[in-house]
Design a protein around this ligand. Structure first.
Ligand code: GLC
Length: 460
């Protein structure tokens, strides 16, 4: 080993062993109890609305008469549209049908507790009034009004938490340049302009805090190699300094393992929760906060020809599956250029709302299932006063013998159908609890049985 290499190794080892606490000192310090308090509303919420909205809703998946593959909000990259040909879209953006109160009402009626909307996606166009660029809805579009202020006010009025998405990668900002002639992604950074871009981001993020006061900052587009974990820490610390109770996803730094969205695990990374994308982890993850973001069809941003919608049953069962594994479900809508949430999304959300109205108790404020697997469906739980437990048994497959077997050694104390309150018979034998069910499933999507037991679950 050369002296130079040996030195590099030593420095590397030192960095690994000693740099974490040193760097961590830049981050706001927080006890476990303080962190729990900060995360509490988010953990209880379990269900939120993702909104991808921007200029890409105008071409809606078609460019120069041709359908463009891939997700709608990527059309600038996928159709390889030069900046000066994309820019005129701003002049056409006039969402006269937009009604903040209605959007928030749709989310609220679905049982959602928070809303995360794109403040700026990869195309750089801002839905809020920023002084950092004119590439925003107020300065560049005929609509001319800040969309996020309207939504944040309405969220506050109707009792939803308002949150914003922000893309670090920016195909429009001159500090960044295209990865190749064919694609924008991943962008590269002009070496002498990174400081300028970091300042630009901070200015915009501060503007968002000042004008809309979001509860979560949901970063994305962190993958270009010019952006580092150090940068992520800087942004994270900056934001929490200005708003200590803010929650920030893991895409603020470089810890995300691909679409699985969880921590790479090779070192500590900045960020408060993992972000699985279009997938649900196979099992619960103990001690990890995470949120699966998913679409209802195949795109985030509106595409006029994507009509392949998931059923309401699938969406409700996804929500249950996620809650049973201790995560949150961030379900996307892609509004049209006119400002309407597509009809098929609205219908499905209303269906989910119906189920949530009757069964929401089995989702909000619950924790992950004590069971690795249950053949009939999923389970969530809540601690009752006195250290007892209520289990919510979500039955997907109705047992033909009308008996629900729950592998628990505890003493059962009560069982009922959650939606209607009908009491159910139960018995405890050989380390199993058996609940007697009616012959027919009262709810085909998922019937919830609330089962109370003494103490904490002791799985057989
Ligand atoms: C991806 C895409 C982006 C979308 C996001 C949602 O990172 O680049 O278009 O906003 O996923 O999680």
């Amino acid at each position: 080993m050369t002296r130079h290499k040996l030195y590099a190794c030593l420095v590397g080892a030192l960095l690994l062993s000693s740099s974490l606490p040193a760097i961590a000192a830049d981050l706001p310090s927080e006890t476990a109890a303080e962190r729990d308090a900060r995360m509490e509303w988010w953990r209880d919420a379990r269900f939120g609305m993702f909104i991808h909205w921007g200029l890409y809703a105008i071409p809606a998946g078609e460019w120069q008469g041709k359908p463009i593959g891939g997700i709608g909000e990527w059309i600038m990259d996928r159709a390889n549209i030069p900046v000066d040909e994309y820019e005129p879209l701003a002049g056409q953006f006039n969402p006269t049908e937009f009604d903040a109160a209605q959007w928030v009402r749709i989310a609220k009626d679905a049982g959602m507790k928070y809303m995360v909307i794109t403040s700026k996606h990869h195309d750089g166009f801002c839905l809020f009034d920023t002084a950092a660029t004119e590439w925003d809805v107020v300065d560049a579009s005929p609509y001319g009004k800040d969309l996020l202020i309207q939504l944040s006010r309405e969220c506050r009025k109707q009792g939803l938490k308002f949150c914003t998405y922000y893309s670090i990668m920016d195909w429009h900002h001159p500090a960044q340049y295209r990865g190749s002639d064919q694609r924008y992604n991943p962008t590269k950074m002009h070496a002498d302009r990174k400081t300028e871009y970091m300042a630009f981001m901070k200015q915009q993020l501060k503007e968002l805090l000042d004008t809309c006061d979001p509860e979560v900052l949901w970063f994305d587009g962190e993958w270009p190699s010019w952006y580092t974990e150090e940068d992520g820490r800087e942004i994270y610390a900056f934001l929490r300094k200005h708003k200590p109770e803010l929650i920030i996803n893991n895409r603020v730094g470089k810890g995300r393992r691909g679409m699985e969205g969880l921590n790479k695990g090779d070192q500590e990374y900045v960020g408060d929760f993992g972000t699985p994308e279009q997938q649900i982890p196979a099992t619960g993850l103990s001690g990890v906060d995470w949120e699966s973001c998913m679409t209802m069809n195949h795109t985030w941003g509106f595409k006029k020809n994507d009509h392949d919608w998931k059923s309401t049953e699938t969406l409700v069962r996804n929500l249950i599956d996620i809650a049973s594994k201790g995560g949150n479900y961030l379900l996307n809508v892609g509004p049209t250029a006119e400002g309407l949430i597509p009809g098929p999304s609205v219908e499905r959300l209303a269906g989910m709302g119906e189920w949530m109205k009757a069964n929401g108790e089995s989702i909000y404020g619950t924790t992950a299932s004590p069971f690795a697997k249950t053949p009939w469906g999923r389970c969530t739980q809540k601690t009752l006063p006195g250290g007892n437990t209520r289990l919510y048994l979500h039955v997907f497959q109705w047992p033909a013998d009308e008996k629900l077997t729950v592998p628990l050694k505890n003493k059962p104390t009560a069982a009922k159908l959650l939606a209607c309150g009908t009491e159910l018979g139960f018995a405890a034998t050989d380390g199993n609890i058996t609940v007697s069910l009616p012959a027919e499933a009262p709810c085909k999507i998922a019937t919830v049985v609330a089962l109370d037991i003494q103490g904490e679950p002791e799985v057989n």
